[in-house]
Structure formats: C-alpha cells, structure tokens
Ligand binder design. Structure first.
Ligand SMILES: C[S@@+](CC[C@H](N)C(=O)[O-])C[C@H]1O[C@@H](n2cnc3c(N)ncnc32)[C@H](O)[C@@H]1O
Length: 392
C-alpha cells in the first residue's frame, strides 16, 4: 500500500541477487514497486515466492538475457570474496565477480535511471581497494556518475551494528543528491549500565565483534564455516545466550518469521535461515534510501579531491575519471534507538557448554581486553551449563 502523501516518483525496480528481498521490501515501504527479482538459491527463492507472490522471479543471473524497462536496478551482489570472514579472493572471485553480470545486463547505453550496488565495507580496503576501483571504472566506462557512502544500520534505530557500502550511480541524475542529502553526524553512545552486549562466540582470540546494547553484524557465514548467531551477554544475570531466529529477522527490519519457508529440506533448517537473514540488506536502510530517491536535495557538503592510490574513505563521488571525498558520516539520521534487551521478543537460548568452553579457551589464550566481569560471567555460565549437562 503506497501512502498517498509521498512526494516524488514511484520507481519500477529490478532486484538482482535478491536474497530474501531486504532491499525490495524497504523500497516497497517507500512506495516503489519491484517488477523482477533474480535469485539462484532455492531456499531464498521460496521466501521470495511467498513474500512477493506477484513478482516475476528469475533464477541464475548468468542466464538472464535482458532487464525489463525499469527505473532502478538493485544488486546486493555476493560478498563471500570481499568480506573479512570470507575467502578474500577479491572482486575477481567466483562469487563476488558475478557483479560483472550486472554490467553486462546494463549494456553500454540507455538503461535504468538508477543503479544501486551494495556490499561490505571491507571491500574498500581489501587488496588496496581494487574492488571499488573495478566498480567505479566499470561505471565510468558506461557514462555513469557515481557516489557511495558507508551507512550504519544502527542509524535507523534497530539494535544491530551493520555497516554497508551503498553505491548509487546514474547516467542522467546526480546520486549525491540522494545519498548525501541527510547527515546526523557521529552519535555519542549512551547505554544503560546493565546494557546487554552482543559478541561472536565463534571468535575470541583476535577479534570479538563486541557491540554495546546491540548485536554485531549478523552474518551469512562465520569463521567456523557455517552461519551462526552471535551471543549476547546479560550482565545483570550473567546469562550468555543466543537470540531466536525470529528476533534476528526483526533485527534486520523484517517481520518475525519472514524466512519461515527458507528452511532446508535436509534438516539444516536453523542454520539456513541464519544464512539467509545474515546475507540480507537491512530493510530500514533500504526504506531510508527509497525515501531519499523520492526527495533528492541539492548537494551542499564539502568535497576534497581523491588522488589515485588514496584509501577509499567513508563517502566519495566521481565521474569521468575524477573522484572526490566528501564530508558525511555513516549516520544519515538518528532514529530513537531500541535497547537490545527490550527489543528481543522471543526466548533466548543459553550458549551450549561446548560453545562456551571453546570461546573461553580462545579468549584466555588471546590478548584481547574484555569489559570488567565479562570473562567471570562466561566462566560461571560454563559451570552452570556443565552442571546442567551432567544432570541431564
Ligand atoms: C548478499 S546476498 C543478497 C541479499 C539480498 N539483497 C537481501 O536483502 O536478502 C547475495 C545473493 O546473491 C545470490 N546469488 C549468488 N549467485 C547468483 C546467481 N548466479 N544468480 C542469481 N543470484 C545469485 C545468493 O544466493 C545470495 O542470495
């Protein structure tokens, strides 16, 4: 249902690498309409079929001959080769390299007014920013002006830290007027003293993914190879637990059970839903972008010339072989933030003795510093879980 009062045009959208439709759901909430979805994984296709029943669904992008006549093409292309937890093969990798299919489909002239690419911020530094260089060159060869910004989904009020690069390009419009039109600046964190804190129990030696009053980025994969939920420490009770998949969906801006039909036939149901949810684009971020596309504003932030070889900054724009860094933060807006503890609606699951033991051993062997009481609480949790296992 499109609210009548929305300004600006309703865009027709083609969603490539659609996953479970995070981008397209957010755009729909801003009044835009998806004409085509393209997604190869059968579990994600089931979710799309259920949630977007009237939208044409194509499978492998490599078999797609052409795009419908749309205003906006979106592509949150695979990140496995570009993310820290992944294979780091880079933009030429088997999965992330599929973005070349988007350029094939766009052709050398004509095409949609807007192109939106989305991926992880690690691609800005991996191999000295080669992925970004490739994307920018591919766009400029086709006559596009481009702008990108790293945006933190925390900006939109949900208690998940999730930074993503939004790269918006156009042959006819100015993408700066959309991406840079709002800036709330870096927030001053204010958390309750007993705020629940998220971390990755699969880590512990070199990193932790610590997030105060939030969960760290939900991921489609992990260092142990499969998608796994983060853990949450509740300092008031000492409980270490993992959230329910339905709360993970809500942390991404979806309604609970959005991926219910994404269960795998072979019984790996829970893991598969975590993977689908971890790979998704936050709905609230896409909704924000959808609204900005309706109401572009003159670009007024200051810019400085980016020399070739400089690291890619938080935000930049360019065209015809020249690039500028611009002075905006990762927080376009500052919506009232939900506290993690109050946000969670479904029962959490205590972290198993085995997982807790593994985390504790890594933490004790490494040199990371932890907040006061945290490791003591992990050790006490282990004792409780071990006792429980013996009784059972
Ligand atoms: C990062 S996820 C996209 C997430 C999506 N934007 C969302 O909000 O859920 C990348 C997606 O690309 C899909 N994919 C990988 N190879 C593909 C191919 N050859 N054709 C179409 N989709 C593909 C993956 O299955 C995965 O769902």
């Amino acid at each position: 249902m499109i609210p009548r009062s929305l300004p600006g045009p309703n865009l027709q959208v083609a969603g490539l690498f659609a996953g479970i439709g995070g981008i397209e759901r957010g755009l729909a909430q801003a009044g835009h309409h998806t004409e085509l979805l393209c997604e190869v994984a059968s579990s994600a296709q089931r979710v799309l079929g259920q949630r977007f029943p009237d939208v044409e669904l194509a499978s492998d992008i490599r078999a797609l001959d052409c795009l419908p006549d749309v205003d906006l093409v979106t592509a949150g292309f695979p990140c496995q080769d570009l993310s820290q937890a992944g294979r780091t093969a880079g933009i030429g990798g088997e999965q992330s390299g599929l973005v070349a299919e988007v350029f094939r489909l766009l052709g050398d002239s004509g095409g949609p007014t807007w192109l939106l690419l989305e991926n992880v911020p690690f691609m800005l530094s991996l191999h000295r920013g080669k992925a970004m260089q490739f994307l920018v060159e591919s766009l400029e060869q086709r006559g596009y002006m481009w702008a990108y910004r790293v945006v933190d989904a925390l900006s939109f009020g949900l208690p998940q830290r999730r930074r993503r690069v939004l790269l918006l390009a156009s042959r006819t419009e100015d993408p700066r007027t959309v991406l840079f039109s709002q800036d709330a600046g870096i927030p001053t964190p204010r958390h309750p003293v007993d705020a629940a804190c998220g971390f990755y129990w699969t880590e512990g030696q070199r990193g932790l993914g610590w997030a105060a009053d939030a969960v760290p980025t939900l991921k489609g994969g992990s260092t142990i190879g499969i998608a796994s939920p983060p853990a949450i420490w509740f300092p008031d009770t000492g409980l270490i637990a993992t959230p329910d998949i339905r709360d993970a969906e809500r942390l991404q801006g979806f309604p609970a059970d959005w991926t219910m039909s994404g269960d795998d036939e072979d019984g790996r149901a829970r893991t598969n839903r975590w993977k689908l949810v971890g790979n998704a684009v936050s709905v609230s971020l896409a909704r924000w972008l959808g609204h900005r596309l309706r109401s572009p504003e003159p670009f007024t932030a200051s810019s400085t010339r980016l020399q070739s070889g400089n690291p890619w900054p938080v935000a930049a724009w360019g065209k015809s072989g020249e690039a500028w860094q611009t002075d905006v933060s990762m927080w376009p807006v500052r919506r009232q933030r939900h506290h993690l503890r109050e946000f969670l609606r479904y029962p959490t699951v205590p972290l198993s003795a085995r997982a807790t033991q593994g985390f504790l051993s890594r933490a004790e062997a490494g040199s990371l510093r932890f907040p006061p009481d945290f490791l003591e609480d992990v050790a006490a949790h282990l004792e409780r879980m071990t006792g429980r296992a013996q009784v059972a």
